[in-house]
Design a protein around this ligand. Structure first.
Ligand SMILES: [Zn+2]
Length: 108
């Protein structure tokens, strides 16, 4: 059967929901600028100049961002306090485990 399922709904002005065999996609935008979330998870950004036919398409892999807000937050590395197991002398991180990984003694 050459049956193909594809349907698109206009859910709000400028927002369209596309349903196809591969899943649900969504596209939203205004004249000259459009963001499309495809069913496979890829996001496509289309920028066009109305009336000229010129458009610029960028697509990004699933889970990727547009790069503009990719500023990596400086993650503070917590200083792990370590102690030594008084039974076997194994060094452990306080608060990480309740028992010594070497001898099994309960840690406090
Ligand atoms: Zn131990």
């Amino acid at each position: 059967m050459g049956f193909r399922f594809r349907k698109s709904f206009k859910i709000a002005p400028g927002i369209r929901l596309n349903m196809s065999k591969s899943g649900i996609g969504m596209s939203a935008g205004v004249k000259g600028f459009r963001i499309t979330k495809r069913a496979d998870g890829r996001v496509q950004r289309t920028t066009s100049i109305p009336g000229t036919g010129i458009s610029y398409v960028e697509s990004h892999a699933a889970g990727g961002s547009f790069g503009d807000n990719q500023a990596t937050e400086a993650t503070e590395t917590p200083t792990h306090k370590t102690a030594t197991c008084d039974k076997c002398g194994h060094r452990y991180t306080i608060g990480k485990a309740n028992f010594c990984s070497q001898c099994g003694k309960q840690l406090f």
